[in-house]
Design a protein around this ligand. Sequence first.
Ligand code: GLN
Length: 291
Amino acid sequence: MRLKDIQNIFHEELDVIFGANEVGSIFNILILHYLKINRIALVLEPELSVSKEEEQPLFEALSRLKLEEPIQYIIGETEFFGLPFHVNKHTLIPRPETEELVSLVIQYSKHKILSSQPFTILDIGTGTGCIAISLAKELPNAQVFAVDVSAEALKVAKQNAELNKVDINLINTDILDKNSWPQNLDIKFDVIVSNPPYVRDLEKLEIKNNVLKHEPHLALFVEDNDPLKFYEIITDFAVENLKNNGLLFFEINQYLGNETKQLLQEKGFNDLELKLDIFGNNRMLKGLKNF
Ligand code: GLN
């Protein structure tokens, strides 16, 4: 079949869901991924045809796209902070806002790298490992630890650490369960960073179908009546496990900026900074532990 005809079928079936522009980009990603055909080749050679076997993954992807499955899960990969990452249904797809969180951590950590002191970072709820791995890549002297409650997510994080050739320490633990906190780790951290679940059930209405139907709810949602539960417990953990002058960084719910800031203040953190993301929403919070 001519690739152009397959492209038309994609538009006919999917434009109503994603819009023509998005469908164009998705198609280009698929032909590059499965057939190693660059979109320019299709422009230069409009009669380009592909065999039955070559068509098959494209039509399989089409059926999954009709169910609004994100393209990243279909091809099993994405990019974050300029690095490749495997993703699957056990992990969130890394977001651009989280790249901003990583930039903020780097901005505050660069000077530590220049000193000869050992420098330690902990990422709580690592998922794909995107935060931990990009920090390990950018801050090569840092010793990076990452925890997650999901053993399946940790498998993905392990693959991603290998893919990006960084050495990070992955630990399976439920941060909400104090008894399961790693006891034998005789380490205090310079930096603790986390992008925990923070979307309230009441905000589900704002969440697009591709996210709601396909991304892990475990990584996204919190109950309306206790939306800061992860922030509370992670901040308690940070009180115990950050070094003096250590920094705590969070990605936060845009509607709960002031409440989250107040929580850190009550727990004794200083130099609190609430930062906006590229979309102009309260999205990052930094606090200093100097007590
Ligand atoms: N920013 C993500 C979203 O809007 C949520 C990430 C999270 O809950 N940690 O889907």
